[in-house]
Design a protein around this ligand. Structure first.
Ligand SMILES: Cc1cc2nc3c(=O)[nH]c(=O)nc-3n(C[C@H](O)[C@H](O)[C@H](O)COP(=O)(O)OP(=O)(O)OC[C@H]3O[C@@H](n4cnc5c(N)ncnc54)[C@H](O)[C@@H]3O)c2cc1C
Length: 273
């Protein structure tokens, strides 16, 4: 039988902060539900209260300004991001990662914020947000704070977000716009599947190169501060030293390392051509 819970749909951020402050870890936020409801059904999550984030004023939609950059509010689905002309034009890495996330039907429900708060090592949006220097803006009754994604992931399904906090928006800086970039994800099947490894690479207008590797450690791994002209062998060496892949039912650690190297070299060729 499905675990019983109370469903709440606050209208304002203050109401939402109050519910989370009063209930802490007994409450789970609901965005698209494509992770949360699967976990509840499987008995892996047993929240007493499910709090709908989609009904809260001020947590919907995409915005852009020269000062802030791209603002992705908590309610923004993967398909809404894919349909946004600004994102298509200025943040192709977000589009590449979003396109590889699940199926069209899931992308209609799944949110960008839910994907990163779920904190799977293979989360498809994490590589883009790490490479593009994005940060999470987090609200609670205690006030607002920001965490760069480089400090956001703390382990498998663990983040720096406290039980009384909500990720209200993700900000991708204007300075990261039009970075040359790409994303490759190895899957067992063509079509939608979780990643066996994922590699994103971006070269900023400043010339700094950043790479993020998914599914090769408990969290996505960011390798930053590289000169864009660094020889491919040196880039590969730095990336392989940073990851710690395991063998599991989907791939051996040797195969994962091999594919990471292959994708790094392929992405380098592409961004340098
Ligand atoms: C069939 C299937 C295929 C999938 N394929 C992929 C794939 O290829 N790649 C991939 O990366 N993922 C995949 N997923 C996982 C999933 O779709 C994504 O992780 C999705 O983006 C989660 O977003 P959501 O809005 O559905 O989150 P929810 O399920 O609503 O929430 C996820 C977690 O985040 C918390 N949360 C949600 N919003 C907030 C907030 N604003 N502040 C704080 N906490 C919050 C919730 O409490 C919950 O713990 C797949 C899932 C399914 C069911």
């Amino acid at each position: 039988m499905l675990h019983q819970f109370t469903y709440l749909a606050p209208r304002t951020r203050a109401e939402l902060h109050g519910v989370l402050a009063d209930n802490g870890a007994a409450a789970s936020l609901l965005a698209g539900g494509t992770d949360l409801l699967v976990n509840i059904r499987a008995g892996l999550a047993r929240p007493k209260i499910v709090v709908d984030a989609k009904t809260v004023e001020g947590l919907a939609g995409l915005a852009w300004s020269e000062r802030e950059g791209l603002v992705i509010h908590a309610g923004v689905t993967i398909n809404a991001l894919l349909a946004d002309a600004r994102t298509q034009n200025d943040y192709p890495l977000l589009i590449a990662c979003a396109r590889d996330l699940a199926s069209h039907q899931i992308r209609n429900r799944a949110t960008v914020v839910g994907n990163v708060v779920n904190a799977s090592p293979c989360a498809d949006m994490a590589p883009a947000l790490l490479c593009l220097r994005a940060r999470a803006v987090i609200g609670s009754k205690r006030g607002e704070r920001e965490i760069p994604f480089s400090a956001f992931f703390k382990g498998v399904k663990k983040t720096a977000v406290a039980p009384d906090e909500v990720v209200e928006r993700v900000v991708v800086p204007a300075a990261s716009a039009r970075a040359r970039a790409g994303y490759y994800k190895l899957k067992r099947i063509n079509g939608h599947d979780l990643g066996i490894v994922g590699v994103a690479l971006s070269v900023e207008r400043s010339g700094e190169m950043r790479l993020t590797i998914g599914s090769c450690a408990p969290t996505p791994i960011l390798v930053e501060g590289l000169e864009s002209s660094l020889p491919a062998d040196a880039v590969v060496a730095k990336v392989l030293a940073a990851i710690n892949p395991i063998s599991d039912v989907r791939a051996t650690k040797e195969y994962r390392s091999h594919m990471v190297e292959y994708y790094v070299r392929r992405l380098l060729d592409e961004v340098r051509s």
